[in-house]
Design a protein around this ligand. Structure first.
Ligand SMILES: C[S@@+](CC[C@H](N)C(=O)[O-])C[C@H]1O[C@@H](n2cnc3c(N)ncnc32)[C@H](O)[C@@H]1O
Length: 217
């Protein structure tokens, strides 16, 4: 896989197995900021704890870290990833985020390992499939649901996974994702989220779920 540039000048990759890119062509960094960081209100949270499904190129992680570093807040970030990318490839994927890139350079020295810690916070990675992994309960202030699409990769969008993500999220926490697929949205509601359709960049809608109700079961 070779890095390709998206329209905001930040890189992505194309995964031949799924037949999809890791980010939308309108912009990898743009989506990370406008959707994952801002629609979950993580950019305002005084003690953010983010759970991400699909760490990929760490674009969402670095964008979130830059915001935390600018604000002087400690970030806790837990990611699930079944196919960690090789260090040499990640090293080619640089972002215009000066503070986060310094931390990223340190992370690359130890990549891949289960946890990275520093004065900035912590990044822990559960290597495997979200369908099979156990997640902490009542832990996250935000969930970034960013695997490949429901059409190409249905497992992480299933009701069982969404229920697990709901249990991992604290009451009032938000799940954000680029998908607006109907079946996924019905499952999101069934899993105990209030569904919000939000205007997107480059497509009609993104999806935000707010964990208002207690998780079913
Ligand atoms: C769209 S990319 C994520 C991009 C990433 N969030 C970023 O900021 O660069 C999707 C990622 O989800 C991972 N993935 C797909 N299905 C998964 C699953 N069932 N469990 C865990 N990770 C999965 C893929 O390996 C890939 O790295």
């Amino acid at each position: 896989m070779e890095p390709l540039l998206t329209q905001d000048g930040t890189p992505t990759l194309f995964h031949p197995g799924y037949g999809e890119a890791y980010h939308p062509r309108q912009g990898a960094l743009l989506q990370a900021r406008r959707l994952y960081l801002e629609k979950t209100l993580t950019h305002l949270h005084p003690a953010p704890r983010v759970l991400e499904v699909g760490l990929g190129l760490l674009v969402n992680f670095r964008t979130t870290l830059e915001s935390a570093l600018e604000r002087g807040v400690y970030l806790r970030y837990l990611a699930v990833e079944r196919e960690p990318l090789p260090r040499d490839l990640l090293a080619q994927v640089r972002l215009p985020l000066p503070r986060a890139e310094e931390v990223f350079a340190e992370i690359l020295k130890g990549w891949p390992q289960a946890c990275f810690r520093g004065p900035w916070g912590e990044l822990c990675i559960l290597f495997g499939e979200v369908e099979a992994l156990e997640l902490p309960r009542d832990w996250a202030t935000a969930v970034y649901l960013d695997p490949f699409s429901p059409r190409a990769n249905p497992g992480p969008w299933s009701l069982a996974v969404l229920q697990k993500l709901r249990r991992a999220l604290r009451r009032g926490g938000r799940l954000a994702t680029y998908s607006a697929q109907g079946g996924f949205r019905r499952s999101l509601k069934a899993a105990g989220f209030a569904l919000h359709r939000v205007p997107a960049l480059g497509k009609r809608e993104w999806t935000v779920g707010i964990a208002l109700k207690a998780p079913p079961g």
